[in-house]
Design a protein around this ligand. Structure first.
Ligand code: FE2
Length: 243
């Protein structure tokens, strides 16, 4: 899966000309899983395996955002994050929480709620997926604001509106309908701009050379974590033949 963040933007925004863009290219190139997905080379059951892992990663995102919210000193940054959090939790709209939409997609792939909710007990969660979720907890709870906004909003969240349309096209060809793909649609429709606003907030907090270096390192780390999570799935679910 491709890291579509324009890393050059991050680097230039943080005015770090000495940081080589090539440092990131190792991690930001398209992952074989994403290319195979976009090329219709994955089966429904393989997408179901992805959904189990992805659910484990995103299920605590609202609490992680809430934790980050509680640490934010600035009103406008809090409001940005709160909007984002409400978009994840969808109060008053039963079944529309993002984890619920992902469960709906999983069902369309033949994966029931039992495998989603009891994935950990059943030993289904890969260490690489666990590492991704733990990294987001660490960013939200322990790291500087510069690192948290760079590592979450810029490196991860901002990618989805660009990445998901390719996957939706492929899944339409597989016979999925738009209801089943609602998880992907809401990210395509609602998330544009998250990267830009995340970057502007990250830039505000990255106000020393050291914090700028840390922010860039967080972008790189998030890209690595995502790549590693996909590689873990590739190794575990036999996606290798699709590479
Ligand atoms: Fe989401």
């Amino acid at each position: 899966m491709k890291l579509l963040v324009p890393i050059t933007t991050v680097v230039s925004t943080f005015a770090m000309p000495t940081m080589s863009v090539s440092v990131f290219s190792r991690y930001s190139g398209g992952h074989a899983c994403g290319r195979a997905w976009a090329a219709n080379e994955l089966s429904r059951s393989q997408l179901g395996e992805w959904a189990i892992q992805h659910f484990y990663y995103i299920d605590p995102i609202p609490q992680q955002f809430a934790l980050l919210y509680s640490r934010l000193p600035d009103l406008d940054a809090r409001q940005h994050l709160l909007e984002n959090l409400l978009g994840e939790e969808m109060p008053g709209r039963p079944g529309k929480r993002h984890p619920d939409l992902l469960r709906k997609f999983a069902r369309a792939c033949g994966v029931g709620d039992d495998d989603i909710y009891r994935a950990e007990e059943k030993g289904l969660i890969l260490p690489t997926t666990r590492a991704m979720r733990a990294w987001i907890w660490e960013l939200a709870s322990q790291r500087t604001m510069a690192e948290a906004f760079s590592g979450i909003m810029v490196a991860l969240e901002g990618q989805l509106p660009t990445l998901y349309p390719m996957l939706v096209d492929a899944m339409h060809k597989m016979g999925f309908d738009d209801q089943q793909l609602e998880f992907f649609h809401v990210h395509i429709e609602n998330d544009p701009g998250h990267e830009a606003s995340g970057l502007s907030i990250a830039t505000r907090y990255a106000n020393t050379p050291e914090l700028q270096r840390r922010a860039i390192a967080a972008v790189r780390a998030s890209a690595q974590m995502r790549y590693s999570m996909l590689s873990g799935m590739q190794a575990a679910f036999g996606l290798r033949q699709a590479a």
